[in-house]
Design a protein around this ligand. Structure first.
Ligand code: PLP
Length: 356
């Protein structure tokens, strides 16, 4: 077996892969593949309804005025759908620049109007989460990124504000308990904690929509997608079905609060070793470290070849860091078992022993 520490896509429980594979061959014992059934068929409409409801249920957002949508285009399309649907004509939006993806969202918002960057950690290669800023009361919304996949930082708390809060949770949705009702719009590409690439979860409080004075093309209009129950056009059926399987798995295993405990144990196990072992050093500021993506480097780069050969031999894959940070990145999404983290820690200790 492999220990997959890749940053995505897509790290899912084995039983989800098995059920998804079965559905490709014979969906619901219908004799048809999930890939060939009509998205308007009773069976798929039921999948869509359950997936939308279960997403809200797991986030604790049912009956609170939120709608869940499964859309195409990845989180990157949300970078522009958010300002399109929320920034007023002549309005402005506020952003926190905490990483590559946050800065991508900022670039897209600029197409729509005044885009204020309240704080940025760019000068420190995004190794921390800025905390010193004032959220303007007259901005149309505040956009933040809960987990910075590339740099290994994670927001542990969120600013209190009366303006709508938007959060890109692509790399830590369903991984930890937070009060999700503090957000008015949450979006996440599926391909880390939820399902295959090709679908994006959007959870939006309906009352914030329809206020911009903009004409919005249907495909980019959240209200259209809500009116069509997330079937405005042909949805990515396989990605949605597989996401549903993951959400069912999560619910059966105790939901977010249960997986959060395991995620904390995994992160603590690894960060304890990074801090103890003189051959390694974490790259993110300690208080802002991500429980999903741990970024670290060797203190002695000449050990790179040796360490790489050791973890590969131990069955670990996907540990190489993103080029903008270098070193290593251990992504520990929901489906990664703690045993895999132990294998990595063992390899780190073996490296230490081998140079003594
Ligand atoms: N936002 C975050 C935090 C991400 O980690 C990623 C991809 O890794 C994206 C956005 C971009 O997502 P997509 O490839 O679905 O557009």
């Amino acid at each position: 077996t492999k220990h997959n520490f890749s940053a995505g896509p897509c790290i899912l429980p084995k039983e989800v892969f098995e059920k998804a594979a079965q559905a490709v061959l014979n969906f619901n014992y219908s004799g048809l593949s999930i890939l060939e059934i009509s998205h308007r068929s009773k069976d798929f409409v039921a999948v869509m309804e359950e997936a939308r409801a279960l997403a809200l249920e797991l986030l604790g957002l049912e009956n609170k005025g939120y709608q869940a949508l499964f859309l195409h285009g990845g989180a990157s399309l949300e970078f522009l759908m958010v300002p399109y649907n929320l920034m007023k004509v002549d309005g402005k939006a506020a952003y926190l620049d905490t990483g590559t993806w946050a800065s991508g969202a900022i670039k897209e918002a600029k197409h729509f109007g005044e885009t204020l960057v309240l704080a940025s950690s760019k000068s420190e290669n995004y190794n921390f989460i800025p905390k010193d800023y004032i959220v303007p009361a007259d901005a149309d919304y505040l956009h933040c990124t809960s987990n910075n996949t590339i740099f290994g930082t994670q927001m542990k708390s969120f600013p209190k504000t009366n303006i709508p809060m938007v959060c890109d949770m692509s790399s830590d949705i369903f991984s930890r308990s937070i009060d999700f009702s503090q957000f008015d719009l949450i979006y996440a590409g599926a391909q880390k904690n939820m399902g295959p690439a090709g679908v994006t979860l959007v959870v939006v409080k309906e009352e914030i929509l329809g206020k911009t004075g903009r004409e919005i093309p249907n495909m980019l209009n959240f209200q259209q997608h809500i009116a069509k129950e997330s079937m405005y056009n042909t949805p990515p059926v396989f990605a949605i079905y597989t996401s549903l399987l993951t959400l069912q798995w999560l619910k059966a295993n105790g939901g977010i609060s249960a997986i959060e405990k395991i995620n904390e144990q995994k992160a603590q196990l690894l960060y304890t070793e990074i801090d103890r072992n003189p051959l390694f050093k974490g790259t993110a500021v300690v208080e802002d470290r991500s429980n999903m993506n741990a970024t670290f480097v060797l203190t002695d780069e000449s050990l790179t070849e040796k360490f790489d050969a050791m973890w590969k031999a131990a069955g670990i894959s996907g540990l190489t860091g993103h080029r903008s940070v270098g070193g290593y990145r251990a992504s520990m999404y929901n489906a990664l078992p703690i045993e895999s983290v132990q294998v990595l820690v063992d390899v780190m200790q073996e490296l230490e022993t081998s140079v003594q």
